[in-house]
Write a protein that binds this ligand. Structure first.
Ligand code: BJW
Ligand code: ZN
Length: 241
């Protein structure tokens, strides 16, 4: 059910922002971090997605990421990713801010993407930060060393690490300047990304959540569309036809 208010906002807004999280990729087969079916029940992200864990056991963390890469390279974007790529074409200013590291928005054809937590398809040296984009296969079983001697790690943002400054600045600027803001497939508990819906709301945007579950921020937002994003986003796109 799409409210009149949302239909009007979709038709009349000039500046639109979508913030996405792991739920957007769930229908492609990527496990979410914290859901019941979350594959990471065994490995909590807070325990593996941090620098200390990597230093303690680089091989374990490397294997976790290589396993996840092996999943990602086999799957495809779902109708939610494609609907967002399509939406970008319908607005003069459409910003897609993603916490996801799987790169599926790129594969679906979105171009104006702000990646807050990096991209699992890339690696970087933990010491000199040299980027290793395509050099290391996702089948490489052993953690590799950089020419400087440092350990090579995935180019993602772990807990306790700062987000890329430029991406963060652009994300807040987009949120503070939009008329319509979507928070899609995210539990909205990881900071600072979870502040973005509030930044948009405070600046006067109409803020809509798309998620099969209620989240910690649902009650503060203007609307909650309950269901999978792969079903709801294509329906929103139809409003624009
Ligand atoms: C569907 C669906 C379908 C299912 N359709 N939906 C202020 C207060 C307290 C703590 C902090 C704070 N500021 C900073 C912190 C510390 C920390 C933090 O936020 N901790 C919280 C846990 C409390 N933040 C940081 O450390 C960040 N750095 C930072 O702020 O630096 C400065 C600083 C440091 C230290 C102190 C103070 C300041 C960095 C955060 C990095 C997050 N990294 C990860 C891993 C990336 C690499 C990897 O993939 O391995 O990013 S963690 C993980 O969580 C990943 C995700 O991007 C992120 C968010 O998860 P997401 O996307 O929301 O997924 P889920 O699983 O939680 O939710 C999925 C949702 O989908 C659910 O709601 C489902 O219902 C839904 N769903 N199917 C639509 N079909
Ligand atoms: Zn190096």
């Amino acid at each position: 059910m799409i409210s009149e208010k949302l239909a009007d906002a979709l038709r009349n807004s000039k500046r639109v922002v979508a913030l996405t999280g792991a739920g957007v990729s769930a229908e492609s087969g990527v496990p979410t971090f914290r859901g019941d079916s979350g594959l990471w029940k065994k490995f909590r992200p807070e325990e593996l997605a941090n620098f200390d864990a990597f230093i303690r056991n680089p091989q374990l963390v490397w294997e976790w990421y290589q396993y996840r890469r092996s999943l990602i390279y086999e799957i495809e974007p779902n109708p939610g990713h494609y609907a967002l790529a399509n939406m970008e074409k319908r607005y003069n200013e459409f910003h897609l801010i993603t916490q996801n590291v799987d790169g599926l928005h790129h594969v679906a054809g979105s171009t104006n993407i702000i990646e807050l937590h990096g991209n699992i398809r890339r690696n970087k040296c933990a010491s000199c930060e040299k980027i290793y984009d395509k050099e290391i296969s996702f089948q490489q079983k052993d953690v590799q060393k950089c020419e400087c001697g440092g350990l090579i790690r995935p180019d993602v943002v772990w807990f306790g690490e700062v987000l890329p400054a430029d991406a963060l600045q652009r994300a807040f600027s987009a949120a503070e300047n939009c008329e319509l803001f979507f928070s899609i497939g995210t539990s909205a508990i990881v900071q600072p990304a979870a502040q973005l819906p509030f930044a948009a709301k405070e600046a006067g945007a109409y803020v809509v959540e798309i998620n099969p579950e209620k989240t910690a921020i649902t009650s503060y937002l203007d609307e909650h569309l309950e269901g999978p994003s792969g079903e709801i986003l294509p329906k929103l796109l139809k409003i624009l036809d």
